[in-house]
Design a protein around this ligand. Structure first.
Ligand code: ADP
Ligand code: MG
Length: 225
């Protein structure tokens, strides 16, 4: 009976997810269709809708990409020797325009015993990108996002601390639930995908947050996988 219960729970999670994905993709599709119809009837108006259509297509693309990540089995991991400082710096460069436009002080300190690390660059970059972009989103103009990497025992610790708007205990409990978002243009998939990828790398992730004070995310990855 316990097994059956688990099976039916799994099924209902899958059903809910499928309904959620369908819904999340249907919204931008409906918008795209509407703007294309207006454009077809009024060629002079087409230029006005180009950007919105592109925005909505990008949204669908990012939802699909997140879901493809979720369905990737742990066994698909391809470990490489990576340079942690390089990987973090790469991600920070990607996010620099976003941080600069909000005048956010995005800093990085690296204090690790061993700079080379066995990991998968693709997943590691995605993890950092998701966490740091959420930190930037949560931070007001002129705020701070501090990224640090250090060694603690047999683990590499990646810490991302922001002094942004933080989360209530209620919202903190919802982190990682599919489609939980407080953003107008959010997908609510980033944290869920991040948790899955950290798990793929045999790591752990912890969120601490204080409403109106900020959030601290700690990712711990074993040096020996
Ligand atoms: P999205 O970024 O599309 O909203 P995520 O899964 O990445 O989806 O994040 C879900 C929600 O978690 C966000 O909408 C936000 O409310 C909350 N969140 C995540 N990281 C932070 C953070 N550093 N500070 C405050 N809220 C956060
Ligand atoms: Mg996000």
């Amino acid at each position: 009976i316990a097994q059956l219960k688990e099976k039916s729970q799994q099924l209902s999670t899958i059903t809910q997810m499928a309904a959620g994905v369908a819904h999340e993709i249907k919204n931008p599709l409906t918008a795209i269709k509407g703007f294309l119809q207006i454009g077809a009837a009024n060629p002079d108006l087409r230029d006005n809708y180009y950007e919105i259509i592109l925005d909505e297509v990008n949204r669908i693309e990012s939802i699909v990409q997140d879901f493809m990540m979720l369905s990737k089995p742990k066994s698909s991991i391809q470990l490489e020797d990576i340079d942690i400082e390089d990987v973090v710096s790469y991600v920070l460069r990607l996010l620099d325009p976003e941080a600069t436009s909000k005048n956010i002080n995005l800093s990085f300190t690296c204090n690790i015993v061993e700079n080379t690390f066995q990991s998968e660059p693709k997943r590691l970059k995605q993890i950092l990108l998701n966490i740091i972009s959420n930190a930037i989103d949560a931070t007001d103009k002129g705020g701070n996002v501090e990224v640090s990497a250090y060694t603690r025992g047999d683990n590499l610790i990646l810490s991302i601390i922001d002094d942004g708007h933080g989360l209530s205990d209620q919202d903190l409990a919802k982190l990682g639930e599919p489609f939980f978002t407080t953003k107008e243009k959010g997908t609510g998939l980033g944290v869920m995908v991040t948790k899955k990828m950290v798990n793929d790398l045999n790591g752990m992730i912890a969120y601490k947050s204080e409403l109106h004070q900020g959030t601290s995310v700690t990712v711990s990855l074993p040096y020996d996988l």
